[in-house]
Design a protein around this ligand. Structure first.
Ligand SMILES: NC(=O)c1ccc[n+]([C@@H]2O[C@H](COP(=O)([O-])OP(=O)(O)OC[C@H]3O[C@@H](n4cnc5c(N)ncnc54)[C@H](O)[C@@H]3O)[C@@H](O)[C@H]2O)c1
Ligand SMILES: [Zn+2]
Length: 369
């Protein structure tokens, strides 16, 4: 088992543990009982984790109050579900002395974390992430929230976990497309922060596709260290955490323009290629670097070109509406080499002229026609 600590300076307690292993699910509950002796526990999960047998593996025969989100996925990531969870906790006679345990993908983690952040003015949350997205990304950063009918994550809070228990064997039941798309967040971490990690992914691609446990543990270790370090430096996303947005500005626009037919990771894969092309256009790029990134994404069977039916105009319009945009145009996170984000005037997100972005989008369309 690999153990890491993430320090959250302005919080009490100041740090939390991340435990990483393979097939550790059955041993997590005794550990939770030992590490959080005293408070009651309340589990939040979803129907697919139940049918995959993971809830049974986690709890065994123990009788722990549990809320099963159904239907699973983004459709349930809303305030109705949060209200139902909180009312279920009240009906189970739970009070402030409760720990919420969220087991599932990013959807479950975001809902469970947000419910925990507001239940009786806030109780701790433990994450047990079970998707490639959750294990690399959502379980670690402390961002929680649910969607409104108008936009994603409209309701939310920073609520850092009290602990994270990560079992890579849970990924074995994950749908193949979800599995591959979620690995984009791992590729992202390698590109922005660690050239050795990038080389590790290149070298072990076959084992990654076969969901080799030892390789996945190593990947989880890299991810949690990289994301943990960024979160420690900037727990509330005020400066350096922006680097995690690499590939995401255009990625979010592509995801939205596809009507969410593309998974988040698939759209971010296109966004990462766009970032590489922008780097070349701006004279800080390198075709060989871009090729290495493209090769990894292709081996993951992820798109590296724009789908034919996406109009450039609508993408530009969506980029203008990016939530981080100032005066209707966002800044972009670029790289200067594998493992290093491009920094200009002390800024990690830099200005890119709209015409450069337009040109790059056209290049990505030409490539696909
Ligand atoms: N808080 C953050 O920092 C952060 C970061 C990234 C994404 N997110 C959010 O995460 C959500 C997406 O998360 P996701 O990609 O993990 O999707 P998800 O949680 O919707 O899971 C995808 C599907 O896989 C199923 N599933 C999960 N684990 C499984 C397993 N081990 N075996 C079988 N099936 C399993 C789920 O039931 C669901 O149907 C989005 O709402 C996004 O906004 C949050
Ligand atoms: Zn992402």
């Amino acid at each position: 088992m690999i153990e890491l600590t993430v320090n959250i300076p302005a919080r009490d307690p100041k740090s939390y543990r991340i435990a990483i292993g393979a097939e550790i699910l059955h041993s997590i509950w005794p550990r939770v009982e030992a590490d959080f002796a005293g408070p009651s526990k309340f589990v939040v999960t979803d129907e697919n984790l139940v049918s995959a047998g993971h809830l049974k593996q986690l709890l065994g025969e123990r009788d722990v109050p549990t809320f099963v989100i159904a239907p699973a996925g983004e459709v349930s990531k809303n305030m109705d579900t949060v209200v139902s969870i909180i009312e279920a906790m009240e009906k189970a006679y739970l009070g402030r002395d409760t720990v919420v345990v969220g087991m599932g993908g990013g959807t479950v983690g975001d809902i469970a974390g947000f419910a925990a952040s507001i239940f009786k003015r806030g109780v701790p949350v433990i994450h047990i992430p079970t998707t490639t997205v959750a294990q690399a990304d959502s379980a670690i950063g402390g961002k929680t929230g649910v969607d409104s009918t108008v936009s994603k994550n409209a309701f939310g809070a920073f609520w850092h976990p009290a602990a994270v228990y990560l079992d890579v064997a849970t990924l074995e039941t994950l749908d193949d497309r979800q599995y591959r798309a979620g690995l984009v967040e791992s590729v992202k971490h390698a590109v922005i922060a660690d050239s050795e990690y990038f080389a590790f992914i290149e070298k072990n691609m076959q084992a990654i596709l076969l969901r080799d446990r030892a390789v996945l543990e190593k990947i989880a270790d890299f991810n949690c260290r990289i994301k943990g370090n960024v979160v420690e430096a900037d727990p509330h996303e005020q400066n350096i955490r922006r680097i995690l947005n690499y590939g995401h500005t255009i990625g979010h626009a592509v995801e939205s323009a596809s009507g969410y037919k593309l998974l988040h990771g698939e759209a971010v894969a296109i966004g990462m290629i766009a970032a590489g092309l922008i780097e070349i256009e701006m004279g800080v790029g390198d075709p060989e670097r871009l090729e290495r990134i493209r090769a990894i994404l292709k081996k993951l069977s992820l798109p590296v070109e724009l789908p034919k039916d996406l109009a450039e105009n609508s993408l530009i319009d969506l980029i203008k509406r990016d939530k981080k945009a100032v005066n209707k145009w966002p800044k972009f996170v670029l790289t200067s080499q594998i493992g290093q984000v491009y920094c200009r005037d002390g800024q990690w997100a830099v200005n890119v002229e709209p015409r450069v972005v337009e040109r790059v989008l056209r290049m990505l369309q030409v490539a696909s026609s």
